[in-house]
Write a protein that binds this ligand. Sequence first.
Ligand code: ZN
Length: 94
Amino acid sequence: MSAIAIFQDQKIKEAKATGAEMFMGIPDAWYEPPHWGCDNGHVSRAYLKTRDGCACLECHKPLAIIPGGYTDETLSEALAKINNDVTLVAQGKA
Ligand SMILES: [Zn+2]
């Protein structure tokens, strides 16, 4: 699972825990307006449409819809933490 997918999964669980309204498995509020994030921490309101689905405009990585309020900087920080946690688990340290 990519860091952006893990990030999205964590945020969906947090939203569900607070009783957020959901649509197609995504909290309603995330669609107004939608923001997408990629594994490299790019946040965008637009995306590239490819044969394989939606891709990041900057690096062409797959995108996940994410909560509003993130910037390239704060999303990159959140993904770095997830990547660090995944590495620790892989090394048996967590
Ligand atoms: Zn990107």
